[in-house]
Design a protein around this ligand. Structure first.
Ligand code: PMP
Length: 437
């Protein structure tokens, strides 16, 4: 098959040149810079339902969905109207508003895994606060994270594995003191032996183990249910807390996220993305006992000028009011399952070495022969070259995926049958191009 001609990036290219004079790398968050795919980043002008348009007027069906928050698509009527209805009352007071109560009530009434919640303004902040709570409650300093999970950019978590079964973390960013990284232990996912070893070696020192509900920041690394239950049991036995980072999986796998998906009770859960319907929000929640440790009730300090921002709360209320409808997740998940099944069927007839891993309305293309990919080191870096070819061809065909092969795709309730039919045809053609030799 023939490569499709490149779309115009003239206006986006000019904007990017200008942006480089303002921002490091021309962007306000690194992956946006398109370093891992072809061409310069597209500057997006608007979105409506499942579609986005860039500065050059190119239109795309969007499978990035702002990296997950837009489970109802772009420019959702209910969210837009809720935001507009509240905007005239002022943007921020730094004082309580009833909108915070309303969003909290929606969440807590429908989620049996947490008793109390605290709203913050990003996923990073939610996780950073959850870690502090775990340390404050247990009076221990060490935390365990997994290679291949991302938890935002706070110091304790910008840490990667060294070599060996259990390792002190090595900083994955300049500017993180080694002494901070020494408090973070990094092990492989889906490995009960490594978990056992870390608790043997650091007995009574581990405040918490943090894991993404379903790891979805470095491919989609589907863990076995048995492993998650093992993780729950071993943390409990050792007096360490289990933190589920559900910034992606919260309100995505279902209203009660990965906790309900695995039927497991974490000690602390962090949320972000969907909870704000596209506005900057994060949250963390836990039992009454744990949350009593947070200031002003307790000794763990955590605060925020814009926390519980009324406009963000309004967007969140409109979003979650839709998600709480009984048919919402079954419908969205069935739509995604059918889409993924059709992609897999095509791949099977062509015998292409690609796998599509999926859960709920999340999916990921792995250019690999492996039947399962559950650890970060099972992803081959070379396979990312194939993703680059597919990504470029898909953009040229009007299909927008995240600008790195490690990123997952999201389907929203705004993706119509027609959108998905069109997308499938283009994905088939792009795969044909990738594997034409
Ligand atoms: N945790 C997880 C699981 C995430 O996916 C992300 C963001 N992708 C974060 C934390 C950080 O969230 P934010 O970018 O809102 O700070």
């Amino acid at each position: 098959s023939q490569k499709t001609a490149d779309i115009s990036r003239e206006k986006s290219g000019k904007l990017f040149e200008k942006a480089k004079t303002y921002f490091p790398g021309g962007v306000n968050s690194p992956v946006r810079a398109f370093k891992s795919v072809y061409g310069s980043p597209l500057f997006i002008e608007k979105g409506d339902k499942a579609h986005i348009w860039d500065a050059d007027g190119n239109e795309f069906i969007d499978f990035c969905c702002s990296w997950g928050p837009l489970i109802l698509g772009h420019n959702n009527t209910d969210i837009r109207e809720a935001v507009i209805a509240n905007i005239g009352n002022g943007l921020s007071f730094g004082a309580p508003t009833k909108l915070e109560n309303e969003l909290a009530d929606l969440i807590l009434y429908n989620n049996k895994y947490i008793d109390k919640i605290r709203f913050v303004s990003s996923g990073t902040e939610a996780v950073m606060s959850a870690i502090r709570l775990a340390r404050g409650y247990t009076k221990r300093d060490k935390i365990v994270k997994f290679e291949g999970c991302y938890h935002g950019h706070s110091d304790s978590l910008l840490v990667k594995a060294g070599s060996g079964l259990v390792t002190f973390g090595e900083t994955s960013s300049a500017g993180v003191p080694k002494s901070f990284a020494d408090e973070t232990l990094v092990i492989d996912l889906n490995d009960t032996e490594a978990l056992t070893a870390v608790f043997e070696q650091f007995k009574d020192q581990i405040a918490a183990v943090i894991i993404e509900g379903v790891p979805a920041n470095n491919g989609l690394l589907l863990q076995s249910k048995e492993y998650i239950h093992f993780l729950r049991a071993i943390t409990k036995e050792n007096g360490a807390l289990l933190i589920f980072d559900e910034v992606i999986t919260g309100f995505r796998l279902g209203f009660e996220g990965a906790a309900a998906y695995y039927d497991v009770q974490p000690d602390i859960i962090t949320y972000g993305k969907i909870i704000g319907g596209g506005m900057p929000v994060g949250a963390y929640g836990a039992s009454n006992e744990l949350m009593a440790c947070i200031s002003p009730d307790g000794a763990v300090y955590q605060a925020g000028t814009l926390s519980g921002n009324p406009i963000a709360m309004a967007a969140g209320i409109a979003t979650l009011t839709t998600l709480v409808q009984p048919a919402f997740y079954p419908t969205l998940n069935a739509t995604t399952a059918a889409f993924v099944a059709d992609l897999r069927a095509y791949i099977a007839t062509k015998n292409y070495p690609v796998k599509i891993f999926s859960v709920a309305s999340i999916f990921w293309f792995a250019f690999s022969e492996l039947e399962q990919i559950q650890k970060a080191n099972e992803i081959q870096a070379e396979s990312m070259e194939l993703y680059k070819v597919m990504h470029r061809e898909l953009l040229n065909r009007g299909i927008y995926f995240g600008p790195s092969g490690y990123e997952v795709g999201f389907i929203s309730a705004a993706h119509t049958t027609e959108d998905l039919e069109i997308a499938k045809k283009h994905i088939f053609a792009a795969l044909d191009l990738v594997f034409q030799d």
